[in-house]
Design a protein around this ligand. Structure first.
Ligand SMILES: C[S@@+](CC[C@H](N)C(=O)[O-])C[C@H]1O[C@@H](n2cnc3c(N)ncnc32)[C@H](O)[C@@H]1O
Ligand code: SF4
Ligand code: SF4
Length: 312
């Protein structure tokens, strides 16, 4: 990016691969939770996953095996994790953990070789939890969390880090201390994180506009708001130089914030990654971010117009 290159002689080192975009919950600021119809629904097959890893696995250091859905619903999850792990790639997932799990499922998950499991749980009590995780069950999540912790203690060779992910909204900001205390009591690391406004719409609008629409969700404490008034205007985005995203159906997208495959730069089932990574869409996106003349319109053009979702 700093050299002004738009054709890249290397592959990205980080990738998000969508395990699937179906989910058992209905979180209100997630397009999957909203049952947004602008993306086709399904789970990635092991063959598509393998095709990606076989082509670019050597350059990868990290795979995030989730995006717009619940990874634990994909029946090939363990197989994919193992395949990546055997090739020395760090791999992590984020899960709502709000599902009945047999002991052997807990065992298999911890033995699969994941570097990290994020457990999304935005509440420290059932009544607060349910305001965001519609359709979920707080007690079930807590029970599964405790079982994962206990099982991990019984497996000395398990290096999977467990992290409770607590996004702060208006309705739960009074429970951040309670959540931290609860996490300490049950023996899990907790990450208190800033919430995002409607995640499927972010790219298409300015942050200020999104915050205005979703103000009922925005925490009062400025430390927890998604934008700081002190932060300088975003001036660019490096993701098309460093990362990529593959949807469950093989669509290649510039980052994980894009929901629909209609913004894809290509499809891994039709072309090799090498062809897509330097195709006219990727090159146009990079040129647009660098302020160079370009031909094709991409989702990065839209994102730049909105003030860039990611970037310095
Ligand atoms: C769309 S979810 C898919 C993975 C899984 N279903 C889960 O919820 O963990 C991907 C990530 O988005 C996070 N997330 C959901 N709603 C959010 C919000 N409004 N702001 C910030 N992160 C959010 C989740 O905690 C999760 O880590
Ligand atoms: S945030 Fe995760 S758990 Fe909630 S609806 Fe979206 S995919 Fe499902
Ligand atoms: S410019 Fe926007 S859409 Fe493009 S990669 Fe960056 S964050 Fe994603």
């Amino acid at each position: 990016m700093f050299l002004g290159k738009t054709q890249l002689p290397y592959y990205p080192s980080k990738i998000s691969i969508e395990s699937g975009n179906l989910c058992n919950l209905r979180c209100p600021l997630c397009p999957t939770g909203q049952q947004d119809k602008s993306a086709q629904k399904g789970f990635i097959s092991f063959d598509v996953f393998k095709k990606v890893i076989d082509e670019i696995g050597q350059s990868l250091t990290l795979i995030r095996l989730y995006n717009w859905g619940e990874p634990l619903l994909n029946k090939d999850l363990q197989k994919m994790i193992r395949y990546a792990k055997e090739r020395g790639i760090d791999i992590k997932i984020s899960t709502n953990l709000s599902m009945k799990m047999e002991d052997d499922q807990i065992d298999v998950l911890l033995k699969a070789g994941l570097g990290k499991i994020y457990i999304s749980c935005n509440g420290a009590s059932p009544s607060t939890y349910i305001k965001y995780h519609a359709g979920g069950d707080f007690e079930l999540v807590m029970d599964n969390m405790k079982r994962l912790i206990q099982k991990k203690e019984e497996l000395p060779n398990c290096h999977t880090k467990l992290v409770w992910l607590f996004h702060v909204f208006k309705h739960n900001e009074h429970e951040t201390n309670a959540a931290q205390e609860l996490a300490k009591k049950i023996g899990i690391n907790i990450k208190i994180s800033r919430m995002r406004p409607d995640m499927g719409k972010e790219i298409f609008e300015t942050t200020q506009k999104a915050l205005e629409r979703d103000k009922a969700w925005i925490p009062d404490n400025p430390a927890y708001t998604v934008i700081s008034t002190k932060r300088k205007k975003r001036i660019g985005c490096m993701l098309p130089w460093t990362e990529t995203m593959i949807n469950w159906d093989g669509s290649v997208l510039p980052c994980c914030a894009v929901y629909s495959e209609k913004h894809a730069f290509g499809n891994i089932l039709e072309n090799s990654f090498a062809e897509i990574w330097n195709n006219e869409m990727y090159v146009a996106a990079r040129k647009e971010i660098l302020g160079m003349k370009n031909e094709k319109k991409t989702i990065c053009h839209t994102c730049k117009n909105s003030g860039f979702l990611h970037g310095g």
